[in-house]
Design a protein. Sequence first.
Length: 333
Amino acid sequence: MQPPPNDDDARFRPPDDDARFRPPGMAAPEEGPSAPTVDPGRAKRIRVSILLGVLLVVGLVYLRIYLQENWTPDWDQSQLVSVQILVPPNLDEDEQALLEQLDSFSFADEGIPSITALDDWFSAEQKRYGLQSSGPPVIFSVVPSKAMRSDPVAPPKGDEPFTERYTKTNAFLDFYTSHRSASPATNTIYVIFYRPTTHPEFKKIHSVADRRSRSGFVFAALDDEGAEAAVINLGHELLHLFGASDKYKGKECAFPEGYAEPFREPRHPQRFAEVMAQGIPNGPGQSETVIRTFDEARIGAQTAAEIGWIDEERRARYYAGDVSAGPTLDEED
């Protein structure tokens, strides 16, 4: 015996669109919109296009950074450098006289810490490599000193976490660029003077350079010794912007690149410091002499190659022992 029909049993439920079971005068139900069909190939093309767009943006950013960090000057024309001097407020007469000396006219061999002496030094060093140009290799434009609106900001430490270092780097750059005076120069060196009595912590702060922004930052005590160090470090950081690397390992000059005259006989003591090493080697186990003026520094062959004064073939010949490929040597005293 069959069970009674169940309303839920599809066998006994008339289809909605069967006209035989519609009351007279009732229209057939309208068909609803059909579900859109997705083209699998089109969806894949969209995903690939988005991915390629992201990769293109990342690639362009990387290319920009690479070009900034591997830029070298075109020495057929003079390199313009703006020197921005930042000082504490309320300078006394002695401090003001010290700053005026930085902008005084002098030659490199006069031993006076001034920007014009550094200008003369660059020209002399370029000539030692037999290079001729229509003008000086570097032209400095010294902006009148400007009082900082607050205490100077120190650069971030290299051992800090990435996110913290990134935040501090941006704050560091923003602080000094906000003090920058207008200048057509594309290279900028900030010389930040501090009073050692009120900010002794800055004695341990090393000068730094940022090739991406073409900016160098020199920290110097506002006294006679600090003024001399400021000029030396200004040239050192500027050469970093031009592409030069440091030439020391730990507290010692690296041999041979960190020696101004690596083939000198006898090798020690050296007469000059290589500018990117900044010390004059006196011999194994002996303390290096700290240079006091830029006239005691020379640009070595490795640094000359890094900044584009000589090519790689000439650099290699020099360090292979062909001293004629290097710079002209200074006469012995």
